[in-house]
Design a protein around this ligand. Structure first.
Ligand code: FAD
Length: 386
C-alpha cells in the first residue's frame, strides 16, 4: 500500500493535522489509528479547557488561534449539512496564586497583556466580589481571563475525523509495529496486521505513546506518559457560574453539566502507565482542597473518577512540533502537549500543514517548539502553571 503522507496516531492532534492537510489540498493522506474507539487515548479523558494564560508567546498564539476556531468549529466541520456539537462554552479561566509565586503570575499577566490577552489582575477582595463563592483570604493575586473557554474534546476529535474523511483522508485501523529506514529516510512502516505502507513522509502524533513509537524510527523523544486522576462531582449548593479554576497549589476544576470536573494532579508520580484510581485521594486530597477554596463544596458528592495520561516532555514540558532535524529526515513530530493538546490542536494542525506543504511556518512561528532543541537538549519551558 502507498500514500503520499502517513500520520501515525489519529487522536485530536493527528486528526487535526489530517484535516488541515486535506483542507490545504495535500495529496493522498492516511491516518493509522489502532483504536477507533479511543478508549484509552488522552483526548476523551482531557478536560477540554482552552486558555490564553501562558508565558510563552507560542502557547498564547496557539490558543488565540484555537479559540475562534473552536467557536466556529461546528460550522467549519459540517459534513453534508450535519454539524458536530462540541458544546463550546466561553466561561473563562481563573488562575489563583495561593502558593507564594504571585511575582511570576503577575509577570506572566503583564506579558499576556502585551500579547493582546484581555485578562484582569485581581486582589483577594476583587476576586471575592467577582466570584462570591470563592474564599480569597489566603489568595495573593488572581488572573481572570473571561474570554477563555472549554469544549467537549471527544466531539471535537470526531468532528476533525469525520471532516478529514469527507475531504478524502483514509483512516486505517492498525498498529504501527516497525519502520524500514534506508539512506536516512523512512521508506515504509509495517503494521501489526502485516500491512506494509510506503509514503513520502510520515508524521508521528501518538500522544503519550510517542516515546515508544519514536524508538521504532530510531528517534529518542523525551516523551513519557504521566498518569492523572480526574473526577466528576456535584455540589449541593447552587453556585454562581464559575470559570475553569487552576491554583498554584494544583487544584484544577471547572463546571460540567450539573456538576464539576477536575482534580489535584500529583506531579511527583513517576512516569509510566497507571490506570488504577487511588481509593483515598479524592477524600484526602481533592475534597479538602475544593472545600478550602470554595467553602460551599464542604458538601459534595463524587460520582466517578478516571485516569488519563499526559504526553509529558521530560526536557521542558513544552510541545514538540516540526520536522525531525536528525535522521530519518522525512519524519515529522507533533507530540509532548502535556495538558494542552486539545486547545492547541487547531494551531498544530495548521502549522504542520504549512510546514509539510510549504516548507515553513506561516501563520504562527513555532520554530522554538522544533526538534532541534530536543537534539541539543536546550529546554524552552513555560513559566506559569503547566
Ligand atoms: C486529565 C487530563 C486533563 C487534560 N485537560 C486538558 C485541557 O483542559 N485542555 C487541553 O488542551 N488539553 C488537556 N489535556 C491534554 C490533552 O488531552 C492531550 O494533550 C491531547 O488529547 C493529546 O492528543 P493526541 O492526539 O496527541 O493524543 P491521544 O488522544 O492520546 O491520541 C494518540 C493516539 O495514538 C494512537 N497510537 C498510539 N500508538 C500507536 C501505534 N503504534 N499505531 C497506531 N496508533 C497508535 C493511540 O491509539 C491514540 O488514539 C488533558 C489530559 C489529561 C490526561
Amino acid at each position: 500500500m502507498r500514500h503520499d503522507i502517513v500520520i501515525i496516531g489519529g487522536g485530536i492532534i493527528g486528526s487535526s493535522i489530517a484535516y488541515h492537510l486535506a483542507n490545504a489540498g495535500a495529496g493522498d493522506v492516511a491516518v493509522i489509528e489502532r483504536d477507533p474507539t479511543y478508549e484509552i487515548a488522552a483526548t476523551p479523558r482531557g478536560s477540554g479547557g482552552i486558555r490564553q494564560l501562558f508565558s510563552l508567546p507560542e502557547n498564547v498564539a496557539m490558543t488565540r488561534h484555537g479559540l475562534p476556531f473552536y467557536e466556529c468549529f461546528d460550522e467549519i466541520m459540517a459534513v453534508d449539512g450535519e454539524s458536530p456539537a462540541i458544546s463550546f462554552r466561553r466561561q473563562g479561566y481563573l488562575f489563583v496564586s495561593d502558593g507564594g509565586d504571585a511575582a511570576t503570575m503577575e509577570a506572566n499577566f503583564r506579558n499576556q497583556e502585551t500579547l493582546g490577552v484581555a485578562a484582569e489582575l485581581l486582589d483577594g477582595p476583587a476576586l471575592e466580589r467577582l466570584f462570591p463563592s470563592i474564599r480569597a483570604d489566603d489568595v495573593d493575586i488572581a488572573v481572570y481571563s473571561p474570554n477563555d473557554a472549554w469544549i467537549d474534546a471527544y466531539a471535537a476529535l470526531q468532528g476533525f475525523r469525520r471532516k478529514a474523511r469527507s475531504l478524502g483522508v483514509t483512516y486505517l485501523q492498525d498498529e504501527v509495529a516497525t519502520a524500514e529506514i534506508t539512506d536516512g529516510k523512512v521508506g515504509a512502516i509495517l503494521c501489526a496486521s502485516g500491512e506494509r505502507i510506503e509514503a513520502d513522509l510520515f508524521v508521528l502524533a501518538t500522544g503519550a505513546w510517542s516515546g515508544e513509537v519514536g524508538h521504532l524510527f530510531g528517534v529518542d523523544l523525551p516523551v513519557e506518559p504521566m498518569s492523572r486522576e480526574s473526577y466528576f462531582f456535584r455540589c449541593e449548593a447552587e453556585l454562581e457560574p464559575l470559570p475553569f479554576i487552576k491554583s498554584e497549589t494544583d487544584l484544577a476544576f471547572r463546571p460540567e453539566g450539573a456538576g464539576y470536573t477536575g482534580g489535584v494532579p500529583d506531579w511527583s508520580v513517576p512516569a509510566g502507565w497507571n490506570w488504577e484510581l487511588d481509593p483515598n485521594r479524592f477524600e484526602e486530597v481533592v475534597w479538602p482542597a475544593l472545600a478550602h477554596r470554595v467553602p460551599a463544596m464542604e458538601t459534595l458528592r463524587m460520582e466517578r473518577g478516571w485516569r488519563g495520561h499526559y504526553a509529558r516532555n521530560s526536557l521542558d514540558k513544552s510541545a514538540i512540533i516540526g520536522r525531525w532535524e536528525g535522521e530519518p529526515a522525512n519524519l515529522f513530530i507533533a507530540t509532548g502537549f502535556s495538558g494542552h493538546g486539545i486547545m492547541h490542536a487547531p494551531a498544530t494542525g495548521l502549522a504542520m500543514a504549512e510546514l509539510i506543504l510549504g516548507g515553513r511556518f506561516e501563520t504562527m512561528d513555532l520554530a522554538r517548539f522544533g526538534t532541534g532543541r530536543i537534539l541539543r537538549r536546550e529546554p524552552y519551558a513555560e513559566m506559569g502553571i503547566v
